[in-house]
Design a protein around this ligand. Structure first.
Ligand SMILES: [Fe+2]
Length: 322
């Protein structure tokens, strides 16, 4: 049976993109039961993942002065199974970026999902697809943020709660979007607990996936289990244009003191803005506004799964520091 006959949960269809552009779309998949995505296979993927394409982040202790101290680290020579064990016992998340570029199976999976959703052909004609594998500790959180490209999430192992908010005021302002576009810091949005009243909340189980409307702010709370999810990203012509407007309006607002009045995706004002943001891109000024990479400052502790060891200065990437 390829479809669940009743209820909201069904497989992706060519109608899906039109649906998820107006409201979050919960769908079912079968990847969680596929041996290619069993935990042992994920461990194997970790084993062969290139250093430059993963980030492992420690979330710090809860309530440490109320500050969110995120530190970036290194596997420190542990194999994939032990990395999974560390994440299961620690306060960590691991992002295997650009899985489609490093693994033929992941690439085929990603293409299959977008093909199923009819998102490779008109009218959607999405492109620039990316797939990441996200492994995170029980109880881990992803703070309130919005993403600029189109986004989806598929749950493979463990359970997580995701809150999705409408992509409009007061949840998301134009200025908030512009700031993300300029700084590439997705978490700069203001969050207020009363926003939750208008959130759509999903307890995502293995075998379920979600796509949501462009720029919808969201936040995630893992349940008490190791979580393995696939993240999907895509672009369309319209998203690319909207991104150019975000960058140009942000430049006008922050560097020329002009409050932008238009978000038109065509016509003279659009092309003037397209030229402005392109000039800033080519001149390198935009890169100057964007964050420097976080230094690698810990490695996983081989003797205490889930714990980390500080790497002393000078920072080294081979896990042999400290
Ligand atoms: Fe996100």
């Amino acid at each position: 049976m390829d479809r669940i006959a009743s209820g909201a949960l069904s497989a992706l269809t060519p109608q899906s993109p039109a649906q998820w552009q107006t409201a979050p779309l919960l769908f079912q998949h079968r990847l969680h039961a596929d041996p290619r995505f069993a935990k042992a296979a994920i461990a194997g993927l970790i084993d062969r993942y290139p250093r430059r394409s993963y980030s492992i982040v420690h979330m710090g202790e809860q309530g440490a002065g109320g500050r969110r101290v995120w530190r970036e680290g290194d596997f420190g020579g542990l194999d994939g199974a032990r990395v999974l064990d560390a994440i299961e016992r620690g306060r960590l998340w691991l992002n295997l970026r650009d899985g489609h570029a490093h693994d033929a199976e992941l690439d085929a999976t990603m293409r299959g999902l977008f093909a199923e959703a009819g998102a490779l052909a008109p009218p959607v004609s999405s492109y620039g697809h990316r797939l990441g594998v996200l492994v995170s500790s029980p109880g881990a959180q992803v703070y309130y943020h919005a993403d600029l490209p189109g986004q989806g999430l598929l749950q493979l192992h463990g359970r997580k709660r995701i809150y999705i908010y409408p992509p409009r005021l007061p949840f998301l302002s134009e200025q908030g979007l512009e700031n993300i576009a300029l700084s590439q810091l997705e978490v700069g949005l203001e969050y207020r607990p009363e926003f939750d009243r208008e959130a759509m909340v999903f307890d995502l189980e293995p075998g379920q996936g979600l796509f949501w409307p462009l720029n919808s702010p969201h936040r995630i709370e893992n349940h008490d289990s190791l979580n393995v999810s696939l993240t999907l990203e895509y672009w369309t012509q319209e998203i690319r244009r909207s991104q150019m407007i975000n960058v140009a309006n942000g430049i006008l607002r922050n560097h020329y003191g002009v409050a932008p009045r238009s978000r038109k995706l065509g016509g003279p004002s659009f092309y003037a803005k397209a030229a402005l943001q392109s000039l800033w891109r080519r001149s390198g000024r935009l890169d100057g506004l964007r964050r420097a990479a976080r230094p690698i400052d810990f490695r996983l502790d081989p003797d205490r799964p889930g714990a980390i060891l500080d790497l002393g200065a000078p920072k080294r990437r081979d896990g042999q520091g400290a």
